[in-house]
Ligand binder design. Structure first.
Ligand code: GLU
Length: 470
């Protein structure tokens, strides 16, 4: 039997990290076992669903590399199927019309609560045949009244629910539209889902869904309910904790490789290993190794992983992601060094691609002012002579390569009998605008000849203006 998993988001917002982790687990579980991963958009709540959310989900899944093998299916395009199934359940006597008014249901609830009972629909139309004509009705599923439902949850273990706890669920509203539990059941059945992996906020729906599946004579899938993710304050992860949308992580400078590695470890482990490539995950991931307890989000760890991947992924891979950020910042990479070369010298120094862009602007963008403190300290009159001499020596170079650049700076320092600091720091500020950069020769190499010479000139002008002013 082939294995089929699915991710079934409701498009009522962006793809958040909790959803992404569930999707990842479903994807991994299918991949390892040669199965199929289906994407199903549960958009039946017309008021809360919207196209922007659908797009955000598709974009997030694609960015994470969680490509589906089938779909996306849209539940709003499957109403005919749901109606057929509801009609079949009715015809088979496994569902019934309920003509209760909203007031009657409320009164029922109040009476139950007043009597100290758990409020639930009392089944008053379950066996009735005296149906009124021209009165609105909903359709309810005839939940079994005896016995228990057992979920052999692949993560949580055995869960038992007595049928006496479950009331007769509405499967079609008075306007004929199907309800959430019905559409999920029909789709899981018709799509041949063998493993339902989803957030444990759905655990209460599962016995109801299993009962409906049984009534339909459908194979009941295996269930795995993934515990929730908590923020660092121990509360359920939400917008209050900052970025929770997957694409927000892209915007903040994270690599999908880092987020994937991070998400998988939120609730799953393999010994004390922390770093996993996707291929390794496909090999190693198993639901049996998932935690039963909620996991807490830890931004520091995500940053650590991101830094690891910036440093260790092939530069051309990081470059593809970095290009997006550079474009976003309107930096023209056609006039400047190869992005891969910038990653090679800056990768060690940053935790995110956003930071990488910030510390690398001067490679792609000219500036007219120097950072105030750096200039105050290093662009002083004593720096004019070494700057001018380095400029002269660099201008004479026929070959703009690392070694000649390195030698030219050293020769200037030696000629003036100055330590490297007295030459290097003014040069750094002159060429980058500030006091932080990779090794000076590497920096100059990447800034390029024209820009280097022009910027030293700018620094010399700055120094002479400053001398005049004082
Ligand atoms: N559409 C549901 C949600 O977004 C998921 C349903 C399921 O996985 O069964 O919460």
């Amino acid at each position: 039997m082939s294995l089929v998993t699915r991710f079934a988001p409701s498009p009522t917002g962006y793809l958040h990290v909790g959803g992404a982790r569930t999707a990842l687990y479903s994807w991994l579980y299918a991949k390892k076992r040669g199965g199929k991963f289906i994407l199903r958009i549960e958009d039946t709540d017309l008021e809360r669903s919207n196209q922007d959310s659908v797009d955000a989900i598709l974009e997030g899944m694609h960015w994470l590399g969680l490509e589906h093998d089938e779909g996306p299916y849209y539940q709003t395009q499957r109403f005919d199927l749901y109606k057929e199934v509801v009609a079949q359940l009715l015809a088979d006597g496994k569902a019934y019309k309920c003509f209760c008014t909203a007031e009657e249901v409320d009164a029922m609830r109040e009476a139950q609560m007043a009597a100290g009972e758990k409020p639930k629909y009392n089944g008053m139309w379950r066996e009735r045949t005296d149906h009124p004509v021209d009165k609105p009705f909903v359709i309810r599923f005839k939940n079994p009244q005896q016995g228990t439902v057992v979920i052999d949850d692949m993560i949580k273990g055995r869960i038992e629910i007595a049928n006496s706890e479950l009331d007769d669920l509405i499967i079609a509203r008075s306007d004929g539209t199907p309800t959430y539990n019905l559409t999920v059941v029909v789709d899981d059945w018709k799509m041949g889902i063998t493993h339902v992996i989803r957030g444990d906020d759905h655990v209460n729906n599962t016995p109801r869904q299993m009962n409906i599946l049984a009534a339909l004579g459908a194979e009941i899938p295996k269930y795995a309910h993934v515990p929730m993710i908590l923020g660092d304050d121990g509360k359920r992860l939400s917008k209050r904790h900052g970025a929770v949308g997957v694409m927000q992580y892209r915007d903040n400078g994270f690599l999908p490789e880092a987020l994937i590695n991070y998400l998988v470890r939120l609730g799953w482990s393999h010994g004390d290993q922390e770093i996993f490539s996707k291929a390794e995950l496909v090999e190693l991931f198993d639901l049996a190794d998932c935690n039963r307890a909620p996991s807490a989000f830890n931004t520091e760890k995500l940053l650590w992983l991101n830094q690891h991947y910036i440093k260790t992924l092939p530069p051309e891979r990081v470059a593809a992601e970095l290009q997006w950020h550079l474009t976003e910042q309107q930096l023209d990479t056609s006039k400047g060094p190869a992005i891969e070369a910038v990653i090679a010298v800056q990768g060690e120094r940053v935790k995110t691609l956003k930071e990488l862009v910030e510390v690398s602007r001067y490679f792609y963008e000219d500036f007219s002012e120097f950072e105030e403190n750096a200039a105050k300290k290093h662009l002083r009159p004593v720096a004019a002579e070494p700057l001018a001499l380095v400029k002269q020596k660099l201008a004479e170079l026929t070959d703009w390569q690392l070694q000649p650049i390195h030698d030219a700076i050293n020769a200037a320092a030696e000629q003036l009998g100055l330590g490297m600091g007295k030459v290097g720091m003014p040069m750094r500020v002159a060429v980058t605008g500030g006091g932080n950069s990779p090794a000076l020769d590497q920096t100059l190499l990447l800034v390029g000849r024209e820009r280097t010479l022009a910027r030293i000139e700018l620094a010399l002008e700055f120094i002479s203006k400053r001398a005049e002013a004082s």
